[in-house]
Ligand binder design. Sequence first.
Ligand code: AMP
Ligand code: MG
Length: 332
Amino acid sequence: MKQKWIFFLLVLILCFSGCSSPTTTTEEFFAMNTVMTITIYENNQNLISKAKQTVVNLESLLSVTNPNSEIYKANQGNGSITHLSEETISLLQSAVSLSKETKGLFNITVYPAVKAWGFTQNKNRVPSEQEIKECLSLIDMNYIQIKGNAITLPKGVMIDLGGIAKGYAADKIAKELEQSHCTGAVLSFGGNVKTVGKKPNGELFQIAIQDPNNNANAIGTLSVSGNTAVVTSGDYQRYFESNGKRYHHIIDPRTAAPAQSDLTSVTVICSSATRADAYATALYIMGLEEGLKFVEEQPDIEALFITKTNEVYKSSGLSSIFQPDNQSYIFH
Ligand code: AMP
Ligand code: MG
């Protein structure tokens, strides 16, 4: 009889440990001009609140529109020195080196053009040729002078970390979660996904890649482990239409206008979301041929390209981890 009870108890324990779904805490909020979602594989609202606070603090440092932010003050410097925090300086230095790596295509001095096309104030318009010419004369990474913790920008030159800030926020929060012994999480910051730790069932994280032509659909799924960034830049993410023409938010620093790319989106996979964010923006501007070459030359990044002709190309390292699932696309 005793044995029967022990057997019954064992079945009960096995059932509860195997069948019950582990707790997850998810929160969606709006920050950095986008919808952000944090999912943590444990019941811990404190961790989510801390992560949200990190985003809010970063936004107040880096925003181009908040008059109290460090970037806003630097942009109003009119040729004089602006002192910045160590964190902002360090991110600026990353932006400078990522710009060099991408031959200036990732270029944070595009801000006068971003502003002229109305992408910051949501007052979209097509600037005149004269305005574009003026913007072009202000776009050059060599204008940025950093000495210690101070930055100097010539009059009219303005910087925008919008092409890298969401990735940086994801890296920073991932690190904080690890330090808080969080076992697993997924951060999704408007096209920037970062995985942390492990899923409770030990399986790989499945990251859906958005169909640029239908935001309710995916084109397939990437299976990735923890500490991986999957970052997408695309012309469908922010755009406006004028006289039947579409204008998007990724600015080609060589023209001060929305980049004329053969792509609709690029997804970059690497361990750093900060780097992936900058590369995704630059690769979109490079286009398919140059972009694929760039990625194959780098040992630690992979990328998936979706063209305007609804074709999907991927770098060699993605063959085994990408699962296509959309009949409207041709997969190469
Ligand atoms: P992303 O969404 O990461 O592709 O970045 C696009 C955002 O970065 C835009 O909304 C601008 O704020 C800024 N941006 C636009 N063009 C560039 C560029 N060529 N280099 C760096 N940042 C850019
Ligand atoms: Mg980016």
